[in-house]
Design a protein around this ligand. Structure first.
Ligand code: F6P
Length: 541
């Protein structure tokens, strides 16, 4: 079900013909059409998406909608919501959206109703967070908890961290949240030196409870808690979010202190589960429920709106066109709203781990590009680092500018004007603007020339409320799922990251036969041995 190769469809050929027809046009010429902004921008749930500066016209969109119909995007959408096992390589559904369903709809996995489990887990988060904020839950020695440490990596950190930063205005002033994923000793020590053991609790966030980095840090933290507060302190200071509760219990986490997650929630889509508990603890359970509600609204929008009015669909189709026909193999994410500065890190994982795939769902090689390379940083910062390349290099990078209309920041006019100026120039190039020095010195003209014709999109938030930010994060997720479906790939596995984990273990084995049996190349073995020799020498001295 839902298996296809996009390049073998009728509309792939239509898109190719259409591309041939318009490829020599200039983006700025598209703007002769006075209705362009109205035709190519969409609003829903406090978000406006402007694709008018993408290399797209209404004919392009028409064929893209036909393509979506031809490959039956609508049935993908209904299978996704009804919990079909669309993650075919792991034989699982992708039901992260069920975590934020605020209706009474029931969800089933292998005939088991999971709705009750989801509700129980959410109630546990709400209850714990309310208890902590009201000082009903106290540390072992009776001190209120002032610091939460999230030990986790990848999706067990990036989504919650990006969300929590976005909601800075809603933070609980009495509780500080730290995230740790790096295993270097100095980082761990720096963190622990700044924690009051009596007033800090640690959450080991690991769906698998096998992630090396997370477990390594957790071991150090566990002995730090014990050495500061004594043997019985773990029950008050060590918690886990995992689907592998037996390992967590073996590790020393009290069964009561385990918050669940399930295998039908992929790490990069997991901030709506107990993995997002740092959001409830760092803000409040009410804020956590509001982001769930915002995401729920976006799910309903995706599920019910016709393709032509549907934000995740329209954006996913534009991405498909940008990558597969216009060869935009890099997307830069530029949040001009500073509080959204961690979104690029989250999207790197979300998009590239989901859609950085080389085979179709059938296992055959893809014949078109899949996930773009995603990078980015605060838009204001980027203007003084890599923005130069975006304007003048022959490389074409698609830019995505994220802005908030909230006028509460003193510098907001400056920020918005700055973002719009970049967006406009990326689209039209320097031709439309007079560069004063160029008037005087014609020889410098070519050096000042900005190419323009660079596709860029704007996402505008009415304001940074938890509901709207929840909708925004859900939009990114759903759009990523749409992209994957259009390319005919499975967005919900990540086999590519598994090999590295195994090879690392093989090296740590320090055995010639392991190296040999695993066919480890000579460069890798030589450098590993050189490192070990150097370590041995250092130890001798
Ligand atoms: O190695 C990649 C990955 O599996 C991600 O998909 C995941 O978000 C991350 O590691 C952390 O995994 P876990 O929550 O199981 O520790």
């Amino acid at each position: 079900m839902n298996y296809h190769d996009p390049t073998l469809t009728r509309n792939w050929d239509n898109l190719k013909k259409h591309h041939k027809k318009i490829k020599d046009s200039k983006l700025k010429d598209f703007f002769k059409d006075q209705n362009r902004f109205n035709d190519l921008s969409w609003s829903a749930n406090g978000l406006t998406v402007d694709l008018s500066k993408n290399f797209i016209n209404l004919d392009t969109l028409g064929i893209l909608y036909d393509f979506a119909k031809e490959i039956d995007l609508e049935s993908f959408r209904s299978n996704f919501f009804s919990g079909e096992k669309i993650n075919n390589t792991e034989d699982r559904p992708a039901l992260f959206h069920a975590l934020r369903d605020r209706s009474s709809r029931a969800y089933f996995v292998d005939e088991e109703d999971i709705s009750l489990k989801i509700k129980k887990a959410l109630d546990k988060i709400i209850h714990f967070s309310n208890n902590l904020h009201s000082n009903t839950f106290l540390g072992l020695t009776g001190k209120p908890i002032k610091q939460i440490v999230n030990i986790g990596i990848g999706g067990s950190k990036l989504g919650p961290q990006a969300m929590l930063t976005a909601l800075e205005d809603f933070k609980n002033d009495n509780v500080k949240v730290d995230f740790i994923s790096e295993i270097n000793t100095q980082t761990i020590n720096n963190l622990l030196n700044n924690c009051d053991p009596e007033a800090t609790i640690f959450f080991i966030c690991s769906k698998s409870f096998t992630t090396k980095e997370t477990i390594y840090i957790s071991r150090i933290v566990k002995s730090w808690i014990k050495s500061n507060l004594g043997k019985n302190s773990l029950r008050k200071h060590l918690f886990a979010v995992t689907s592998n509760s037996s390992e967590a219990i073996k590790f020393g986490v009290d069964e009561e202190n385990i918050f669940p997650i399930w295998d039908w929630v992929n790490g990069r889509f997991s901030l709506w589960s107990s993995i997002g508990i740092s959001i409830a603890l760092g803000c409040s359970s009410k804020v956590f429920e509001e982001i769930l509600y915002g995401a729920f609204l976006m799910d309903r929008h995706f599920e019910n709106k016709p393709l032509q009015e549907n934000l995740p669909v329209v954006m996913g189709l534009a991405d498909f066109w940008n990558v597969s026909f216009l060869n935009y193999d890099s997307f830069v994410i530029l949040p001009y709203e500073y509080k959204l500065r961690n979104i690029p890190d989250h999207l790197q994982q979300l998009v590239m781990e989901s859609n950085g795939k080389g085979v179709l769902k059938t296992g055959e090689s893809v014949k078109t590009g899949t996930s773009p390379l995603v990078f980015g940083c605060s838009g204001i910062e980027s203007q003084h680092s890599f923005m130069q390349l975006l304007h003048q290099s022959p490389k074409s990078v698609h830019s995505e500018i994220i802005l908030s209309m909230d006028p509460t920041d003193m510098a907001q006019d400056h920020i918005v004007a700055s973002a719009l100026a970049q967006s406009s120039i990326l689209m039209s190039g320097s031709g439309a603007y007079i560069v004063p020095s160029a008037e005087k010195d014609k020889s410098s003209l070519s050096h000042q020339y900005c190419r323009g014709n660079r596709s860029n999109s704007i996402i505008l938030l009415d304001k940074l409320s938890p509901t709207i930010v929840g909708s925004l994060f859900a939009l990114f997720e759903l759009r990523t799922c749409v992209q994957g479906f259009l390319w005919g790939i499975n967005s919900f596995d990540q086999w590519g990251v598994e090999l590295g984990k195994n090879l690392m273990a093989n090296l740590l084995d320090n055995s010639e036969s392991t190296y040999h049996n695993n066919c480890i190349d000579s460069s890798t073995i030589s450098i590993w041995k050189k490192y070990l020799k150097n370590k041995a020498n250092n130890n001798e001295n």
